[in-house]
Structure formats: structure tokens, C-alpha cells
Design a protein around this ligand. Structure first.
Ligand code: IMP
Ligand code: MG
Length: 177
């Protein structure tokens, strides 16, 4: 907690660029789901800022629920083990569901979520991620909508954290340890 927020940080995607891309994603999603109701499931905690911006640009009948997940362990590496920290508060059976995620890295979290959510028997299940880091993928998974594809760097800001810090940065920044 002693470091200033600008230590070791380098802007990768600026706030303006993020907002422009979020508008594009929202427009695509609004077109694809035209005439249907959509349930967004925000995966906590990383996705809440992205979700908040995205939902306000959607021209659709939408509802929201949240699912909390955490991978065990600390640091900039996902351990591969995922646990639910907050469960859904109502049924998604028969609904068109769009999972909203911050970042797709190894794909472990994503694959786990697909299993859990498919078990709830939604009518359809798709996903939108703000960031895709394909370099470290260990699972054969792919998001339906991707904001930005990024190189193999550790990023923070716009909801993404390192040890629960930096989520409030308006830009997506590379964190140099
Ligand atoms: P995966 O299971 O390896 O795909 O990791 C997904 C989760 O790991 C994300 O939802 C993030 O919480 C976290 N994560 C992966 N890469 C980064 C990063 O560069 N910055 C911050 N969190 C990350
Ligand atoms: Mg995280």
C-alpha cells in the first residue's frame, strides 16, 4: 500500500479508446439480440466497471446478475483452481445469457464457468470479454465478443486488479513488477 498509483504503470489502452470499443461491442450485441431479452452475468470482481459501461450502451431489454469467482492463490499467475465466492441469486433457466468477463487468459476460469452455467440450462450462452490474452491459453475456449486482444503482459485498471489494487484506474495499464 506504500506505492503511489503511478509506480511501474504504463498505459496500454486509454480510457477514450476503451469507451469507443465498448460502444462498438454494445452496438453489435444490440443488433445480434434484437427483439430478445438478455440476461447479463457479470463475473466479479473484475468485470463490474466494464459491465456498468456496457449495459448503459445496450439498446435491449436487459437484466443483470452477478457471479463471484476467484482463482486460488495470489500473484500474476492464475492457479487453475477456481472457486465460487458469490452464487447467482435467481434462475437463468431458459434465458439468453451473456457472460461478462474482464479478461480471458489461460481460459481455466472461463471453462469452469461454462460448465457451471450450462448446468443451469439457459436458452443460449455467450460471452463478452474486454481483453483477450491468447498467448497463455491452456484451455480450448473462445469468447463470442472481444474488446481488445493484448500481448502476454499483466494489466490492471478499468476493474482489473493486482492483489485487489488498481481497479479504479480509468485506463488499462501494464503493471511492471
Ligand atoms: P484465466 O482463468 O487464466 O483465464 O484467468 C482469468 C482471470 O485471471 C481473470 O478473470 C482475472 O481475474 C485474472 N487475470 C488474468 N490475467 C490478468 C491480468 O493481466 N491482470 C489482472 N487479472 C488477470
Ligand atoms: Mg483478479
Amino acid at each position: 500500500m506504500n506505492e503511489g498509483p503511478s509506480d511501474n504503470l504504463q498505459v496500454l489502452i486509454g480510457a477514450d479508446k476503451i469507451h469507443e470499443r465498448v460502444r462498438e461491442l454494445a452496438s453489435q450485441i444490440s443488433t445480434d439480440y434484437r427483439g430478445r431479452s438478455l440476461r447479463l452475468i457479470g463475473i466479479l470482481k473484475g468485470s463490474w466497471i466494464f459491465l456498468a459501461d456496457l449495459i448503459r450502451q445496450l439498446d435491449l431489454d436487459v437484466s443483470v446478475s452477478f457471479l463471484g469467482v476467484a482463482s486460488y492463490g495470489r500473484s500474476t499467475k492464475t492457479s487453475g483452481e477456481v472457486k465460487i465466492t458469490l452464487d447467482l441469486d435467481d434462475s437463468i433457466e431458459g434465458l439468453d445469457v451473456l457472460v461478462v468477463e474482464d479478461i480471458l487468459d489461460t481460459g481455466e476460469t472461463f471453462r469452469y464457468l461454462q460448465g457451471v452455467l450450462t448446468g443451469h440450462q439457459p436458452r443460449s450462452l455467450k460471452s463478452v470479454v474486454l481483453l483477450d490474452k491468447p498467448a497463455r491459453r491452456t484451455q480450448h475456449v473462445k469468447a463470442d465478443y472481444v474488446g481488445f486482444t493484448i500481448p502476454d503482459v499483466f494489466v490492471v485498471g478499468y476493474g482489473l486488479d493486482f492483489s485487489q489494487q488498481y481497479r479504479n484506474l480509468p485506463d488499462v495499464c501494464v503493471l511492471h513488477p
